[in-house]
Design a protein around this ligand. Structure first.
Ligand code: ADP
Ligand code: MG
Length: 223
């Protein structure tokens, strides 16, 4: 199988005032198409940094990131935005839904940049809300939903443009254990049904157990 993500000798250094923080050190990782992969490590180990680099939200200090065999370093900002929009979905620890929009409008949002007519867009949004189990909550705002329901909406938003890869940064960290487990089960079912590659970070051993493969990260290094 082809690697959908290749991380090649990537380091990331942040400037923090006078100090330099080495968030990733010479990190390499191949992710195969259709994997359900956990990146496990304690707080501050570099999980978010790695996911942000894979998601082309940030760029490496040294080394290369390849998505579908293409080095993202050669791309213009417009090309990168296009690649993110078409190939990558994001799920965050704090859900990051827009509070003034309904569940349906939040899910619809990533589709607005594509030329879809309204009826087709709305129908697809409703299908995805149903897929993640919140079909009856389309008109609810985030503050009218539970944490688990919010994360389901966020997963629908991540999937709506049919990305090849979903990156989920500690998607269960703000949920109780039972709700977190159901969110992981939902992601796994979508991974199986649609073949979407999932890469998620966690420091919860119970969440790691649900992955097909776990890579450990510590102090900016995969081990
Ligand atoms: N924007 C930033 N500026 C400075 N340091 C950062 C920044 N983002 C992360 N770091 C530092 O990089 C290291 C790794 O952080 P992070 O990737 O957020 O870890 P994790 O997600 O595993 O908790 C930490 O030491 C963190 O403080
Ligand atoms: Mg983090």
């Amino acid at each position: 199988m082809a690697a959908v993500v290749e991380v090649r000798g990537v380091s990331k250094e942040y400037a923090l005032g006078e100090q330099r923080v080495q968030a990733l050190r010479e990190t390499s990782l191949d992710v195969e198409e259709g994997e359900f992969l956990a990146i496990a490590g304690p707080s501050g180990s570099g999980k978010s940094t790695l996911l942000n680099l894979i998601g082309c939200i940030d760029s490496p200090s040294t080394g290369h990131i390849l998505i579908d065999g293409e080095d993202v370093a050669g791309k213009t900002p417009d090309e990168l935005a296009d690649l993110r929009a078409r190939k990558i979905g994001f799920v965050f620890q704090t859900f990051n839904l827009l509070p003034v929009l309904s569940a349906a409008e939040n899910v619809e949002y990533p589709l607005l940049q594509f030329r879809f007519d309204k009826a087709r867009r709305r129908a697809r949004v409703q299908r995805y809300l149903e897929l993640v189990g919140v079909g009856d909550y389309a008109t609810h705002r985030p503050n009218q939903l539970s944490g688990g329901q919010r994360q389901r909406v966020a997963i629908a938003r991540a999937l709506i443009a049919r990305p090849a890869i979903v990156l989920a940064d500690e998607p269960t960290a703000n949920l109780d254990h039972k709700t977190g487990t159901s969110i992981l089960e939902l992601m796994h079912a979508i991974n199986r049904e649609k073949g979407t590659t999932f890469i998620f970070s966690t420091h919860d051993p119970k969440v790691m157990e649900m992955a097909d493969r776990v890579v450990q990260i510590e102090d900016g290094m995969l081990c």
